[in-house]
Ligand binder design. Structure first.
Ligand SMILES: [Zn+2]
Length: 280
């Protein structure tokens, strides 16, 4: 999965400090990332600092991988940077090397969070980064805002009697491949409640024997995905929630279509079922 970057090590401890020449500076603009045109690599601090106005540019600390710190560039005119091309954040679905794909999309999620929390929601004053932890702080009213992470479940619904699993396709999303039933946790429910509710809402089925599989930070959608397998309870006839899904199809274990990537928990769960490694 995308977060599996061994032998590299992701350090999420908050060690904010000024960048060194070899550190990496991510440059984002809206929903796009700016990478070097010739080889799509990211900028080092040494490369970028020559090209932006040093009086205003801010390098906001994000995290470290191994000995390298990662930052994103703020308050700079990115149109003056030479030799760059713009890419969708989805470039990080296939970016090489893989540990930098994880770094890039994780940086993007943090960048989006910081840039959508400029002002205090309580009193309207400008927020500043906290010095000790990854949070934003209001010097006027004392409010502390932590990064927003949205938990969501992915569910491998299994019909044990017929040895098959339920695949879905979304109705209106960029992602056109097969997925599994999934949805966000709501306030006031456990993740098992979320599993039961989402399966009922999206395909009209009941499930039992809900068992945790694995989880994954999925910064493409700002979520923490939690994977479960669950057993069909009762009838297998599907009632599709057409606003959300355009297809839901049972596939026997022996006749499952190939998975499309090896970065997502969804794909890993599909392959786990194919290999007989489901948790129920
Ligand atoms: Zn405030």
């Amino acid at each position: 999965m995308i977060q599996d970057i061994f032998p590299h090590i992701y350090h999420n401890e908050y060690h904010s400090h000024a960048p060194k020449d070899n550190d990496i500076i991510l440059v984002f603009d809206g929903n796009e990332v700016l990478l070097k045109t010739d080889d799509k690599t990211m900028f080092s601090f040494a490369e970028i600092k020559e090209q932006v106005e040093s009086e205003t540019a801010e390098y906001r600390y994000l995290f470290e991988i191994d000995e390298t710190a990662f930052y994103y560039l703020r308050n700079a005119d990115v149109t003056t940077i030479q030799g760059v091309s713009r890419y969708s954040k989805n470039i990080f679905r296939t970016y090489e090397p893989r540990y930098l794909a994880f770094a890039g999309i994780t940086a993007f999620q943090l960048y989006q969070w910081y840039e959508s929390h400029i002002f205090c929601g309580k009193c309207g004053h400008t927020l500043v980064p906290d010095q000790k932890e990854r949070a934003l702080y209001c010097t006027h009213c004392g409010e502390i805002i932590y990064p927003t992470i949205c938990p969501a479940v992915i569910i491998g619904v299994i019909d044990k009697k017929k040895d098959r699993i339920l695949f879905t396709k979304y109705a209106d999303r960029d992602y056109k491949k097969y997925a599994l039933v999934a949805g966000f946790a709501e306030i006031g429910e456990t993740l098992e409640d979320t599993v039961r509710r989402e399966v009922k809402e999206e395909v009209g089925l009941s499930v039992k024997n809900i068992r945790y599989y694995k989880n994954q930070p999925w910064s493409f959608t700002g979520t923490l995905l939690v994977g479960f397998f669950a057993e069909l309870d009762g009838e297998a006839d599907i009632t599709l929630e057409e606003d959300e899904l355009k297809e839901a199809t049972w596939f026997e274990r022996k006749n499952m279509p190939p998975t499309e990537n090896d970065i997502s928990l969804t794909a890993e769960m599909m392959e786990a079922f194919r290999a007989g490694k489901e948790t129920i």
